[in-house]
Ligand binder design. Structure first.
Ligand SMILES: [Zn+2]
Ligand SMILES: [Zn+2]
Length: 179
């Protein structure tokens, strides 16, 4: 658990504290499954008591193991995710007139602690790439034989994909033969 003690800070409007933590998580849980985490999760930043809320600003960094969309090989993906979160106790989330602020999502404090884990998990998920590629020019798998074309070329290139192309291929061969 990435927990930060903020008991003192809560009583010091304008005050701030720095934090730094490193811990081992085995996976990142997402809607589409668990992603293995293959390096410690390092979280650094500071908490500022703004007078209304506790503002956390920092970053989370680790390395994930993703699976390439094209060749299905696993690869390591280093990720650095910015953190900016607001925390408040049960009475906060309201200003002096008792009016609720609804423009920001304020996370709850756990007594005198901030549990950063949910925020870190969300930040890492947001930092995931749209396309998972082991390398930008990944050549993927051969649709015929399944050979990983990054590793070696297969012999399927000689085999036509489309019957219409096959006919065309034959015509070209004939032409070559005529010359
Ligand atoms: Zn790949
Ligand atoms: Zn092939």
């Amino acid at each position: 658990m990435v927990k930060i003690g903020v008991g003192d800070l809560k009583a010091r409007p304008g005050g701030e504290i720095e934090f730094k933590s490193q811990e081992k998580w085995t996976f990142l849980s997402t809607v589409s499954g668990n992603i293995p985490i293959v390096a410690p999760v390092r979280v650094t930043g500071r908490v500022t008591n703004t007078g209304k809320i506790l503002l956390v600003q920092g970053q989370a960094a680790t390395t994930l193991e993703l699976t390439c969309d094209r060749c299905l090989e696993k690869y390591r993906y280093p990720v650095v995710a910015p953190l900016e979160e607001e925390y408040a106790g049960t009475t906060a989330g309201q200003d002096a007139n008792g009016e609720k602020w609804d423009k920001v999502e304020v996370r709850p404090l756990e007594g005198d602690f901030i549990d950063l884990k949910p925020a870190v998990e969300e930040a890492l998920i947001l930092a995931l790439p749209m396309k998972w590629l082991c390398r930008e020019n990944c050549r993927g798998l051969c649709p015929h034989c399944g050979q990983n074309l990054n590793e070696s070329q297969c012999r399927c290139d000689a085999r036509p994909v489309d019957p219409r192309l096959a006919v065309l291929g034959e015509l070209l061969h004939k032409k070559e033969g005529e010359n």
